[in-house]
Design a protein around this ligand. Structure first.
Ligand SMILES: Cc1cc2nc3c(=O)[nH]c(=O)nc-3n(C[C@H](O)[C@H](O)[C@H](O)COP(=O)(O)OP(=O)(O)OC[C@H]3O[C@@H](n4cnc5c(N)ncnc54)[C@H](O)[C@@H]3O)c2cc1C
Length: 380
């Protein structure tokens, strides 16, 4: 865990080179113009990077979450938007692998794993974010179909995905009345609100998903009726590892960029990195990247080894994303006025870091998860 194997190192290096060549040249312009370039997905898919942890039987690379975290860090180091894109299109694959029928898996997973199809995960609503179990979208069962009505807010890939996993209410209020559904992107009755204009993650489209009497076959449900909240929470436990890995990549790039700049920039006749005030800031940034990665890798390792990992994934998410916010803010500081302008990528890193503290459960919600686990551990 402290040292990548030869295979892992080769994967990291290949992904790093690929991302620099393929995503690097347009990362700034994609952010500036809020451009979601589907050709990037095809290219990532062709490298096997859209289905890293999906089994080979369904078209993935069949690797573990540790390798998944390593790959996402590399993508995140170049483009947080695309690291999140790969993490989000990975969620339906995870859900299908863990809860889907064989027929559902064969229908969707190979396309998602190859990057030919794009996936989305639709839990949040305008009135239910952190309190996801309060969702109001309904799924009503008829003799031969389900009919879904409601609206999902803030959906990454809203309007461009081929498959949405939609959580809807099939029973009483609360988490036990929720079920999960597979909704194809071209389902009649599915439409999309305006694309959100965001502070960061601007190459990743976010939009409202509107379900106006969407009719689905009875076998569109994933898992058991009333089991949808469990499906969503399990997916988010895994997803937190990938969001944390994105934050590590982002923070690493910010640290390295700022360090290079500080070694070249001279004031008062010397490189600013040699002023203790700047050198110490960079030292703290480098330290935070290292310990964030260790925690991300530990969460992934626990998952790969079939151990409970939810609370450690929450710790990794809090640690890595809070660190990324601090590190990217300090990177702007190291560059001074130049850091505040678009000629350098650190201002993008800082804008992209902020959302990592919010998505897949805010960092306050992660602390609730950690505190509950701690309470259980002490037997209270
Ligand atoms: C760019 C972007 C992409 C997203 N992608 C998706 C997606 O693909 N799918 C999806 O389903 N959702 C998605 N979301 C939604 C995201 O998961 C929610 O924004 C998030 O869960 C927070 O919900 P909220 O925005 O309604 O904030 P709220 O829940 O209203 O929270 C507001 C504040 O109150 C705090 N708070 C709330 N409850 C508590 C509590 N019990 N204790 C302490 N503090 C609390 C929160 O931490 C936060 O600081 C996305 C959001 C954004 C901005």
């Amino acid at each position: 865990m402290f040292e990548p194997s030869d295979e892992q190192r080769a994967l990291i290096e290949a992904t790093r080179g690929f991302c620099m060549d393929r995503l690097g040249p347009t990362a700034e312009a994609d952010d500036e113009h809020e451009r979601f370039d589907r050709a990037h997905l095809a290219a990532l898919g062709a490298q096997g990077l859209a289905g890293i942890a999906t089994s080979e039987a369904y078209g993935g690379l069949g690797l573990g979450y540790l390798e998944y975290a390593m790959v996402i860090e590399e993508i995140g180091a170049i483009s947080a938007s695309w690291a999140v894109g790969i993490a989000v299109t990975g969620l339906p694959q995870r859900i299908l692998a863990d809860f889907g029928t064989e027929e559902q898996r064969l229908r969707w997973m190979p396309g998602l794993a190859s990057g030919e199809l794009l996936g989305a995960f639709a839990l949040s609503e305008a009135g239910s974010g952190s309190d996801a179990a309060a969702l109001k979208t309904t799924a009503v069962r008829h003799a031969d179909k389900w009919v879904l009505t409601g609206s999902k807010y803030w959906i990454t890939h809203g309007g461009v995905a081929d498959l949405y996993i939609v959580m809807a209410r099939t029973g009483a209020p609360g988490p036990k009345g929720i079920s999960a559904f597979l909704v194809p992107g071209d389902a009649p009755g599915l439409s999309f609100g305006r694309k959100e204009r965001k502070m960061g993650l601007r190459a990743s489209p976010t939009a409202e998903v509107i379900l106006d009497g969407v009719e689905l076959p009875l076998d569109a449900m994933i898992g058991q009726e009333g089991g949808g909240f469990g499906v969503a929470m399990a997916a988010l436990d895994s997803g937190r590892i990938t969001i944390a890995a994105t934050a590590v990549g982002l923070a690493r790039s910010a640290t390295e960029y700022a360090a290079r700049y500080a070694a070249e920039r001279k004031q008062f006749g010397q490189a600013i990195i040699d002023f203790q005030g700047v050198g110490f800031m960079l030292a703290d940034m480098a330290t935070q990247v290292e310990y964030s990665r260790l925690l991300v890798h530990k969460a992934a390792w626990l998952r790969d080894n079939g151990r409970p990992y939810g609370d450690v994934a929450a710790m990794a998410k809090v640690t890595a994303t809070d660190a990324a916010m601090k590190i990217t803010t300090d990177a702007v500081q190291v560059l001074g006025g130049y850091g505040y302008c678009k000629d350098h990528p650190v201002e993008r890193y800082m804008r992209d870091a902020k959302i990592m503290q919010i998505v897949e459960g805010t960092n306050q919600v992660q602390r609730i998860v950690i505190a509950r686990a701690l309470k259980r551990r002490v037997g209270a």
